[in-house]
Design a protein around this ligand. Structure first.
Ligand SMILES: C=CC1=C(C)c2cc3[nH]c(cc4nc(cc5[nH]c(cc1n2)c(C)c5CCC(=O)O)C(CCC(=O)O)=C4C)c(C)c3C=C
Ligand SMILES: [Fe+2]
Ligand SMILES: [Fe+2]
Length: 340
């Protein structure tokens, strides 16, 4: 039997914090039709407008969190790759990024050139969205078709409610949960509301109201990003033994003027401070590696906002990164896909 490589894929970062590199990255990212789902001419127009000011703002934000060896997302994803390698008995463990470098294309070409025929593809996103999972799977298919590669691919499905993922989240958060805190905020990456409706096979099943995701049936949860996030949060809180009034969910990183799924993290930080929460823990379970969205948006700007609103301390719980419990969890989940 030939080797079965494990290919980890995360979102990707700019090559550097220069405005030109950030513009190039944002252009590739936002021109992806799975991210901005408008017909090409409208998408081109909107992205060109975004690219007038956003690259300078984002470059500044990236510069504030950049590490000596590069983007935190990339450095931490490499650390995960290295930590996984000794535990993956079937072949090499590779890493690619959906946007920027190392690209999915160059990585798959190199793997095929090394004689790899079977790949377990692990998109590093716990929750399903077209802008996370679909775009990775489609890019892998595109590269295979374009170059006629003889690669057989099995894909790790979203793992938002997988006990191993939830246990890893608990193990990584444990040192923080053991300290005194008033409230835990689980802040997930947001999504334009219409992205939910696009995936809704029967129409109007998703997001009927703010609470519908809580009691959703399994088939609705399977396709609804918001319902999956709420399920991760409730399962995690149950596992951690948190009372219902001790935790909340919100959605961050909104871009543009469209309505995104609610409640927004920005508003929630003010609401919690107004409710008298002084010591706030924040976890970002939609991200498996710390990145600009956790370190800068929550750890810097969110903290500043919470303190200005009357809070006393915001503690950001690190993402799973290369935590040993996460390494074990990911290997186990990928083994199951490989064996299937
Ligand atoms: C329409 C815009 C965006 C959608 C939809 C979106 C979905 C989405 N993104 C992630 C994970 C990450 N996003 C990151 C950065 C980032 N995201 C957007 C926009 C959308 N994301 C932008 C413009 C950026 C760049 C930074 C900025 O200018 O604000 C990152 C971090 C990358 C890094 O280098 O650190 C991650 C990770 C998910 C999970 C998701 C859908 C649910
Ligand atoms: Fe994003
Ligand atoms: Fe819903």
């Amino acid at each position: 039997m030939s080797e079965q490589a494990l290919l980890l894929v995360n979102l990707g970062s700019p090559a550097s914090t220069s405005v030109a590199d950030v513009r190039r990255y944002l252009n590739q990212f936002l021109m992806d039709p799975y991210v901005i789902d408008l017909p090409w001419p409208l998408r081109r127009l909107l992205v060109s407008l975004i690219l007038l000011r956003r690259p300078a703002q984002s470059a500044h934000a990236y510069a504030s969190i950049w590490w000596p060896d590069g983007s935190p997302l990339l450095v931490l994803s490499r650390a995960l790759q290295q930590a996984l390698a000794p535990h993956w008995a079937h072949g090499p463990v590779e890493l690619a990024m959906r946007y920027g470098e190392p690209s999915i294309e160059s990585t798959l070409l190199r793997m095929a050139g090394q004689g790899i025929q079977r790949v377990t593809l692990a998109p590093l996103y716990p929750h399903f969205a077209d802008s996370t999972v679909t775009t990775v799977v489609q890019e892998v298919r595109r590269v295979i078709a374009r170059h006629g590669l003889a690669l057989e691919v099995s894909t790790l499905p979203p793992f938002y409610d997988h006990p191993a993922y939830l246990q890893a989240l608990l193990a990584s958060a444990e040192p923080y949960l053991q300290q005194p805190f008033d409230h835990l905020l689980l802040s997930f990456h947001g999504l334009p509301e219409r992205h939910l409706h696009r995936g809704d096979p029967k129409g109007k099943q998703y997001l009927r109201n703010d609470d519908c995701c809580l009691g959703a049936s399994d088939d609705v949860i399977a396709g609804c990003y918001r319902a999956q996030c709420l399920k991760s949060a409730a399962d995690f809180a149950g596992l951690a033994g948190l009372a219902r009034d001790k935790w909340s969910v919100s959605f961050q990183s909104r871009l543009g003027r469209d309505k995104w799924i609610e409640p927004y993290t920005e508003g929630m930080l003010d609401t919690l401070a107004a409710r008298g929460v002084k010591r706030l823990l924040v976890m970002c379970p939609a991200f498996v590696a710390d990145c600009i969205e956790t370190l800068e948006e929550i750890g810097d700007r969110g903290r500043e906002q919470f303190l200005a609103a009357g809070g006393e301390e915001l503690l950001l719980v690190p993402c799973l990164n290369d935590h040993p419990a996460w390494v074990q969890a990911l290997v186990g989940m990928c083994e199951d896909v490989t064996d299937a």
